[in-house]
Design a protein around this ligand. Structure first.
Ligand code: ATP
Ligand code: FE2
Length: 328
C-alpha cells in the first residue's frame, strides 16, 4: 500500500497544533503553540486571537519540519469538537482553507476519540479501558459495538480545570497542573475534603470550593496534596469499577493530566492489584496536539469517511459516543 500522509489541525482549547503523520503513525512533525497566562484563566476571545496570530507560522513550521511538499499530503483533518467555540473555529477555518487551497479531502474528527486512537497506537494496546483526563474533559471510556462508550464522566468541570482553578487561587499561573504535581509529593498531612462519586459519574466543583475555603488556614502543600489525592481517588474508583464491569485487562491513561506522576502512581497501584496492564500515552502525544488529529483523520479517511465543506461546522458539544467508529 502507498504510504499516506495526513496533516491534522488541533485548536479545541488553549493549544494550536499542527501534526503531520504517515500511515504507520510516524510523527513527521508535531508543532504547537499554547496560550498561557501569568494570572487569570482561559478567555475564549483571547484563545481565538492567540490561535489566529500563531496559526500561519505553525503550519509552515510543520511542513518544513516534516520535509514534505503539499503534493505529498493526502488529506487534512481537524478537531470538529468538543471544545471552546471561538478556539475551534480558528482551526476549522484553517483546515477548510488548506483543503480548498491544496485540493485535499477534509476530515472532521472528534477530539476525544483522537486522544484515544493515538494512545492505543503508541502504547500498542488493542481494546483498553481508557481514562481520559484533561482540562476540559474527564471520562472513563471503552469500545463496544461501533462506538466508544462513556462509562463514567465528570458532571461539572474536568479534573485539569479543577487543578488549574485551585492553582490560580494560590498564585500559580496557567496551567497550574504541572507545578501542583510536584507539590503533591511534598504534602505530608491529609486534610479531609468532599469526595463526590455518583454512580459512575464525578463532581469536582464542591471539592474545589471546599479546598479554596481552606487557603490560608492550612499548609499549602498539604492542601494541594489533599485536593489531588481526593480527586484522583474518585477517578480511580470509577476506573476500577469500569474495569471490573467490562472485564478489560488493559488501561490506557491519556489527556494532559495523564502526565501527573501522582495520578500514574495511584493508577499503577490499582492496576497491580487487579492484574491490569497500565499504559500511559507519551506526554507530547497525550496533551492536545495535531498528530492525534492527523492519525484519526487517516484512520477515518481509509474507512471511506470525508467531511464536505458544508458539513464542516464545529460542534462545541461533540460527544465521544457521537463519533461513529468506521475504522475498527
Ligand atoms: P481537552 O480539550 O482535551 O480538555 P485541554 O485543553 O485541557 O484538553 P490538555 O493539553 O489535554 O489540554 O491538558 C491540559 C491540562 O493538563 C491542564 O489542566 C494542565 O494543568 C494539566 N496538566 C498538564 N501536566 C500536568 C501534570 N504533570 N500534572 C497534572 N496536571 C497536568
Ligand atoms: Fe484534549
Amino acid at each position: 500500500m502507498k504510504k499516506q500522509i495526513c496533516l491534522g489541525v488541533e485548536s479545541t482549547a488553549h493549544t494550536f497544533g499542527i501534526g503531520i503523520v504517515d500511515s504507520q503513525c510516524n510523527v513527521l512533525a508535531n508543532e504547537k503553540d499554547s496560550f498561557t497566562t501569568e494570572s487569570g484563566g482561559l478567555i475564549p476571545r483571547e484563545l481565538a486571537e492567540h490561535h489566529s496570530r500563531v496559526g500561519v507560522e505553525i503550519i509552515s513550521r510543520a511542513i518544513e519540519k516534516a520535509g514534505v511538499s503539499w503534493k505529498e499530503v493526502d488529506c487534512i483533518a481537524f478537531s470538529q469538537g468538543p471544545g471552546i467555540g471561538p478556539a475551534l473555529s480558528v482551526g476549522a477555518v484553517a483546515a477548510r482553507m488548506l483543503s480548498l487551497e491544496h485540493n485535499k479531502p477534509l476530515i472532521g474528527v472528534n477530539h476525544c476519540v483522537a486522544h484515544i486512537e493515538i494512545g492505543k497506537k503508541k502504547c500498542g494496546c488493542k481494546n483498553p479501558l481508557i481514562l481520559y483526563v484533561s482540562g476540559g474533559n474527564s471520562q472513563v471510556i471503552g469500545y463496544e459495538s461501533g462506538r466508544y462508550r462513556v462509562y463514567g464522566e465528570t458532571l461539572d468541570i474536568g479534573v485539569g480545570n479543577l487543578l488549574d482553578s485551585f492553582g490560580r487561587e494560590i498564585g500559580l499561573g496557567f496551567p497550574a497542573g504541572p507545578n501542583m504535581d510536584e507539590m503533591y509529593f511534598l504534602g505530608k498531612n491529609y486534610i479531609e475534603l468532599p469526595y463526590s462519586v455518583k454512580g459512575m459519574d464525578l463532581n469536582f466543583s464542591g471539592l474545589l470550593t471546599a479546598a479554596k475555603m481552606k487557603i490560608g488556614k492550612a499548609d499549602e502543600k498539604d492542601l494541594v496534596y489533599s485536593l489531588m489525592h481526593t480527586a484522583f481517588a474518585m477517578v480511580v474508583e470509577v476506573t476500577e469499577r469500569a474495569l471490573a464491569h467490562t472485564g478489560k485487562n488493559e488501561l490506557l491513561l491519556t489527556g494532559g493530566v495523564a502526565a501527573s506522576k501522582a495520578l500514574q502512581k495511584m493508577c499503577s497501584e490499582m492496576c497491580k492489584e487487579r492484574g491490569v496492564n497500565l499504559n500511559v500515552c507519551p506526554r507530547e502525544l497525550a496533551v492536545d496536539n495535531g498528530c492525534m488529529v492527523g492519525w484519526l483523520g487517516l484512520l477515518m479517511y481509509n474507512s471511506g469517511v470525508t467531511t464536505p465543506i458544508e458539513k464542516s461546522l464545529t460542534n462545541q458539544r461533540f460527544r465521544t459516543d457521537q463519533q461513529e467508529v468506521t475504522w475498527l
